[in-house]
Ligand binder design. Structure first.
Ligand code: CP3
Length: 379
């Protein structure tokens, strides 16, 4: 199929998505996207701390339940099935790009997907989040975990990456992602979400050699998983260490940092990497020590202050409280301005939420937030 003015080469099965995508092509909301200065997308330049015409913005969980189209698809298809259907996953990935005018797409999937190939029975229970039926209890369980070959175990995600890249061409970059070894370990051990991470910490602090074997395996899987994504076309990576904030600084430093650092060293050369964690404002210097071109922070700390502590030799991503998107335009605008002011127009700020979009968020508030970021940061 050939479309005038758009350079793509797509197969028949992908043309359905492509037609859907072209139908929704409305004028982009941000200024200067076609500016000749913008040789490369603002998002990728911000990752390298180069000056940009405005602050790029995307949202964690930008393709999710707050979007009507996503809910429509989910009424017909279960979450894991959606993740494993490349055409549908690509369609969902593209939704926020055209609907909201964000500056980056993130491939639709989940941090827990590679665990299935390692031998874990993963389920998503309605309203309750992920559930692992055979959580890790001891040495045998850990030794049994397989190191995956991403091409064999997550081919669907790699295929979705290929489709999205063909559709987007060079216009909007695609972010790939993985859970960090600690956050993955916490799911494997707890079997799902936890309030206190008692089992995870028990293994980490009392069974040091077992913890090491587990973290080594997860480090290897994370490296392979992220490399495979870059190989198939993602242009940036985000490492989610969402639950690292449950740890004390010294336990993070001793039992987690070395593994995250190895992941980042081994994949960070291949694409710019955003290192995200929540609740870690008390030990941001250790997050930085683990690495990343950009450090993603939550809303519990002032972005400008956090950047000063981190040092300006890394970029920063964040940090609007997702609940703000449930309020009013006035409140959203005021918060956007505060965050932009605290970043002080420095190159290297990527606007995002401090965590994922909440399902009950009105879609028009998200669009308004994206527009506000572009409007107030235009330089
Ligand atoms: O950001 C994106 O839009 C890309 C897709 C993406 C999802 N999950 C889709 C998803 C990404 C990057 C993730 C990461 C993820 N998954 C993390 C790290 C970041 C974070 O949000 O904390 C974690 C901890 C998970 C594990 C996970 N998956 C949880 C805890 C849940 C349930 C929570 C919830 O919101 O229901 C999921 C399910 C999930 N992952 C959904 C989506 C869109 C909701 C599934 C549905 O449609 O019902």
């Amino acid at each position: 199929m050939k479309v005038p003015g758009i350079e793509v080469d797509i197969s028949c099965s992908e043309s359905v998505i492509f037609c859907w995508y072209v139908r929704r092509m409305e004028p982009v909301t941000e200024p200067n996207r076609n500016n000749s200065m913008a040789e490369e997308n603002v998002f990728l330049r911000a990752c390298r701390r180069e000056p940009t015409e405005y602050t790029p913005v995307w949202l964690m969980r930008q393709a999710g339940r707050y979007l009507e189209e996503y809910r429509d698809i989910r009424r017909k298809v279960a979450f894991l099935e959606l993740c494993k259907s490349p055409d549908l996953a690509a369609e969902v990935t593209l939704l926020p790009v055209r609907k909201l005018g964000v500056d980056a797409a993130i491939i639709f999937g989940d941090i827990l997907l590679p665990l299935e190939g390692m031998g874990i029975h993963l389920e998503f229970v309605k309203g309750g989040g992920p559930l692992i039926r055979n959580p890790i209890r001891g040495r045998e369980d850990i030794e049994r975990l397989r190191i995956i070959e991403p091409e064999e175990e997550v081919p669907f995600l790699l295929k979705a990456i290929e489709i999205v890249r063909r559709v987007l061409g060079g216009s909007v970059p695609l972010i790939g992602f993985s859970g960090a070894p600690f956050t993955l370990a916490s799911y494997l051990i707890e079997g799902g979400h936890s309030e206190d991470y008692v089992k995870t910490k028990g293994l980490m602090l009392e069974k040091n050699s077992l913890w090491h074997i587990l973290m080594e395996k997860l480090t290897e899987v994370t490296i392979r998983y992220m490399r495979a994504q870059v190989h198939r076309g993602v242009q940036a990576l985000q490492l989610f260490d969402t639950w690292a904030g449950c740890l004390s600084p010294w336990d993070y430093e001793a039992h987690v940092l070395p593994y995250s650092r190895r992941v980042i060293q081994e994949v960070g050369e291949q694409a710019p990497l955003i290192h995200f964690s929540a609740g870690t404002s008390g030990f941001l210097h250790l997050i930085k020590e683990a690495g990343g071109d950009v450090i993603g922070i939550d809303w519990r700390t002032n972005l400008g202050g956090a950047w000063e502590r981190l040092g300006y030799d890394v970029g920063i991503q964040g940090n609007l409280d997702p609940s703000v998107l449930l309020t009013s335009r006035e409140v959203i605008e005021a918060h956007v301005r505060k965050i932009l002011e605290s970043a002080g127009n420095r190159p290297g700020h990527i606007f995002n939420l401090g965590h994922g979009v909440l399902p009950e968020t009105p879609e028009e508030h998200v669009t308004f937030m994206v527009e506000s970021v572009h409007r107030f940061s235009g330089r």
